[in-house]
Design a protein around this ligand. Structure first.
Ligand code: SF4
Length: 335
């Protein structure tokens, strides 16, 4: 972002390093605080850039979760970012790539909002910087970033990949490449593009069903992005990157949590470099889906493990903040 600025004013290259360090790596709140820079440069920065491109409308703190509602300039519909403190004390940030989402997955509150707008690379990065600066004040950092907030990141691929580049650049935010995860419902042609992009982070597929019929009932776009084709595309992706793919599977009582679903899922992933994250559905008013019992979830996991499928049951940390990504903003919008 500051490369053109340094070029425009013919500043020596070390100035770019100073600006990047202050902006991306230190917990300042304005350009005026960039003490290693002469005052005129600080003033110019101030007149040419906004320090943060998004406005925090609300920040809600739960036990291990902090949720921020942001507004994009000129928009009245909030989008959200969620910071999760994992049990091992690592900080995972769940960022949004859109306001709302056009894909309308049946169990998803964000999908019910419909599509409002794309977020730019700067608006994605500023979600990270907002939380990073807060954490740095307590000598902490963001450890992982997951694109699991509002929106389908692969439908905003250019901005998502640009944001990834800033997040992983050692001169900028400096996160490790494998610390960033893109989660997608599986848009085949966009996975092809991702494969050929600079993205070297992790890929997570929101699978949620073990067969084509069930998948297209839950995820409308699966009708045109068929499971068999998706798996073939993912095989090529794994071949190129040689990295394990995560499969997210939200367990919905009596919809996708039967023994035969577990067996079908095990068969689907057999021989593939895969890890399954089982997530208990978080019940929300207005949706008819129910959370399966703990025993049922454990039973499902045991079947997968018996078939040598690496599986984790993911804790649903957001419950005390009205649930998973997307749910709070929807509630606010409906009022
Ligand atoms: S699950 Fe993801 S892709 Fe589907 S509607 Fe929700 S945000 Fe969009």
């Amino acid at each position: 972002m500051f490369e053109e600025f340094v070029e425009k004013y013919k500043l020596p290259s070390y100035r770019l390093n100073q600006i990047n360090k202050h902006f991306y790596q230190e917990p300042h709140t304005s350009f005026e605080e960039f003490e290693s820079l002469p005052f005129p440069i600080r003033e110019k920065l101030n007149s040419e850039f906004s320090y943060i491109s998004i406005k925090a409308k609300d920040v809600i703190k739960g036990k291990n979760v902090t949720k921020a509602l942001f507004l994009k300039k000129g928009s009245k519909v909030p989008f959200e970012t969620v910071l999760i403190k994992n049990s091992d004390k690592r900080n995972t940030l769940c960022v949004s790539s859109m306001i709302g989402c056009p894909l309308g997955c049946r169990f998803c509150a964000t999908g019910r909002m419909g599509f409002v707008d794309y977020l730019t690379d700067r608006e994605i990065i500023d979600q990270v910087l907002f939380f990073q600066r807060q954490l740095q004040k307590n000598n902490q950092n963001i450890d992982n970033v997951v694109f699991m907030g509002m929106g389908e990141p692969l439908l905003n691929l250019e901005n998502v990949v640009k944001a990834y580049e800033v997040m992983t650049s050692p001169e900028k935010i400096g996160l490790g490449k494998r610390k960033i995860t893109i989660s997608t419902v599986g848009i085949i042609d966009q996975i092809e593009k991702l494969k050929n992009s600079t993205f070297k982070g992790k890929l997570a597929i929101s699978l949620h069903a073990s067969n084509q019929n069930l998948r297209e009932l839950l995820i409308p776009i699966a009708k045109t992005n068929r499971l068999s084709m998706l798996m073939q595309t993912l095989d090529l992706y794994t071949k190129k990157n040689n990295k394990r793919i995560s499969y997210e599977y939200i367990l919905l009582e009596k919809i996708n949590d039967d023994k035969f679903h577990a067996l079908e899922l095990a068969k689907l992933l057999e021989g593939r470099l895969a890890h399954v994250n089982l997530i208990a559905y978080n019940q929300v008013a207005g949706f008819n889906y129910k959370t399966p019992s703990k025993n049922r979830i454990i039973f499902f996991q045991q079947i997968l493990q018996k078939h040598n499928i690496s599986t984790t049951i993911r804790a649903s940390l957001g419950r005390d903040l009205l649930g998973a990504c997307g749910q709070l903003a929807t509630k606010l919008k409906r009022r």
